[in-house]
Design a protein around this ligand. Structure first.
Ligand code: 5GP
Length: 224
């Protein structure tokens, strides 16, 4: 009877650890211990439909949310050991960051400080050796793989009335960029697109990850 109880407990513990694996966050670890990056972009009008944004920053575009170290099982490191954020390290990138990596709700430097502390500190590996490299890498990937124009090339343009199937959006991006992305939708709107990037900053196919799926069709809201 005791053996049966012990085996049952072991089974429960294994099941719990298997189901929670996908949401494991390793805080305070060493940089560079992850499988690939998720390069996450937000569609402004979907994000700003959910919270109050700074009106002058709203435009029809995907902007950068972050470059996030990620593991294939969905776990990820965060807040690693590393230097604190410093604006002076990225002075030469500031114009482009203000436009392509803005906070839509507050001061840009607060957003960059958060993204650096939570995700950037864990990214110090390979070509990313410092704060400047991290933000330059985000801008480089953003410029190399243009989601809006990849969609437009396949007739998928923002509209408040026309919806698009998730399959057509995914296929358009695979066709233009060459690799499988991940999508998130909120309230029937496409909110987020993630590209998967190797530690050498090359595009790769995204694995299926918990929390990254949309089904059916979606709207890409526009200015009208
Ligand atoms: P993360 O998703 O990188 O862990 O956290 C994003 C944090 O940045 C949140 O606390 C969010 O409130 C803040 N934030 C500031 N501006 C923005 C923005 O424009 N987009 C997003 N997604 N988060 C922002």
């Amino acid at each position: 009877m005791k053996i049966f109880a012990a085996l049952s407990l072991l089974f429960v513990l294994l099941a719990v650890s298997a189901t929670s694996r996908s949401i494991t966050i390793y805080e305070g670890g060493n940089p560079g211990q992850f499988d690939f990056y998720l390069f996450v972009q937000q569609w402004i009008y979907s994000y700003c439909g959910q919270q109050t944004c700074i009106a002058s920053k709203e435009r029809e575009a995907f902007t950068i949310h972050g470059l996030w170290p990620e593991n294939s099982d969905g776990s990820y490191p965060s807040f690693c050991k590393g230097p604190s954020f410093s604006s002076s390290a990225i002075q030469d990138l500031m114009n482009q960051l203000n436009y392509d990596w803005p906070s839509l709700t507050g001061p840009n430097t607060d957003f960059w400080t958060h993204e650096w502390s939570k995700h950037g500190t864990c990214s110090l590996t390979g070509p990313i050796t410092n704060i400047h490299d991290y933000f330059a890498a985000g801008l480089k990937v953003y410029n190399a793989y243009n989601i809006s124009s990849s969609l437009a090339d396949h007739g998928i343009v923002p509209s408040n009335t026309q919806s698009y199937s998730i399959t057509s959006i995914t296929n358009a991006l695979i066709n233009s960029l060459g690799n499988t992305p991940l999508l998130q939708c909120q309230n029937g709107q496409l909110s987020t697109v993630a590209l998967c990037i190797t530690k050498d900053l090359e595009l790769m196919d995204c694995p299926a990850l918990d929390g990254w799926s949309c089904s059916g069709s979606t709207i890409i809201p526009s200015t009208d």
